[in-house]
Design a protein around this ligand. Structure first.
Ligand SMILES: Nc1ncnc2c1ncn2[C@@H]1O[C@H](COP(=O)(O)OP(=O)(O)O)[C@@H](O)[C@H]1O
Ligand SMILES: [Mg+2]
Length: 314
């Protein structure tokens, strides 16, 4: 197969942490050709989508885990798969890229599907399944937020819809003298909505479970535990990874998500669960596969590439 990965510059990649790197290394190991490009390397000419891409060679080393060859012009209608792995934030250039990738529909597998990426805000997507979520409000009005926090016991978490890696996540307590200031900061003084969610104490006793899902089926899981003095368990915010598994209840929850995930072309996603409740569906560039593989001794990245192979063969 020829696989093009649309992602961030290779300098941002760490060979022992990065999930995109693990997928590319696994693809190389299975004798596929792998190419790298940035969002801005995509171009649309007469309705056909191309990329100015560079062949990528992966190696397990710190200095230069991804080596790039000479630039070449690739017609993306003629490659086998395009992996979209650009990290958040979701800005206009990302939006336009999803609209350009739309041209590949019917010709090339795009993972995740461009329309799915465009439609699924990672936090709002979970709101399609309110029965699986903690009690949640998305609003801009301070008094509505205050009333909601009171209704969930006086303690909540407030987070920006555009956030990732734990950025901008605050605990919000009714009794906090900073309450108004935090809400104003998060809502730009009432001009933008933020997500407010019942505080889940399981974050401290257990952590935040990431389950990677491929084709609607759980692949593997890991727990992220916040550093002491923090509520955020994101590995990027100092959280640590702990081995875990996928429980029967979690499998059931994922079964519930599966039809919608598949209908939306969200083939490879990272589901976040705190105390068994769904808080996020990460679709843009879910991470954690390397930590999971090391802890479980299972080559999960190979399994993802094998899934792509099967999907293309079908
Ligand atoms: N409802 C909640 N209760 C307790 N902790 C939460 C809650 N929501 C988020 N957190 C903490 O904040 C972290 C980041 O929140 P999350 O919604 O996953 O946003 P993102 O990972 O996109 O920044 C979580 O991993 C968790 O540690
Ligand atoms: Mg998260």
């Amino acid at each position: 197969m020829r696989i093009v990965v649309v992602m961030d510059p290779v300098e941002t990649v760490h060979f022992e942490k990065d999930t995109s790197f693990a997928l590319m290394l696994a693809a190389q190991g299975r004798k596929h050709e792998v190419f790298h490009c940035l969002l801005r390397d995509l171009y649309l000419e007469q309705g056909r989508l191309y990329a100015q891409a560079r062949p990528a060679t992966m190696q397990l080393q710190l200095a230069q885990p991804i080596m790039l060859g000479e630039r070449l012009e690739l017609c993306l209608h003629e490659v086998d798969a395009v992996l979209v792995r650009k990290d958040p934030p979701f800005e206009s250039d990302y939006l336009w890229a999803t609209q350009m990738l739309e041209r590949l529909r019917g010709d090339t597998l795009v993972m995740n599907d461009a329309r799915g990426l465009r439609d699924a805000n990672e936090k709002l997507y979970a709101c399609n399944f309110p029965e699986l979520m903690p009690r949640t409000l998305v609003a801009s009005d301070r008094e509505r937020i205050r009333a909601f926090v009171a209704s969930v016991g006086g303690r909540a978490v407030i987070k920006p819809l555009s956030g990732a890696r734990g950025e901008g996540v605050f605990v919000l307590a009714n009794t906090d003298f900073n309450f108004n200031a935090i809400v104003e900061g998060q809502t730009l003084s009432g001009r933008r909505v933020a997500m407010v969610q019942e505080f889940l104490p399981a974050i401290h006793s257990e952590g935040d479970k990431r389950v990677l899902v491929i084709g609607g089926e759980p692949l593997g899981a890991l727990l992220r535990v916040p550093a002491s003095g923090d509520v955020r368990s994101n590995l990027a915010a100092g959280g640590s990874a702990v081995q875990t598994g996928v429980s029967e209840a979690e499998r059931k929850l994922i079964e519930t998500l599966k039809p919608k995930l598949l209908a939306d072309g969200l083939y490879f996603v990272g589901i976040d669960l705190i105390g068994g409740k769904l808080t996020e569906v990460n679709v843009t560039s879910p991470t954690g596969i390397q930590q999971m593989s090391r802890m479980d001794g299972v080559p999960y990245a190979e399994q993802v590439v094998a899934w792509i192979e099967r999907r293309l063969a079908a």
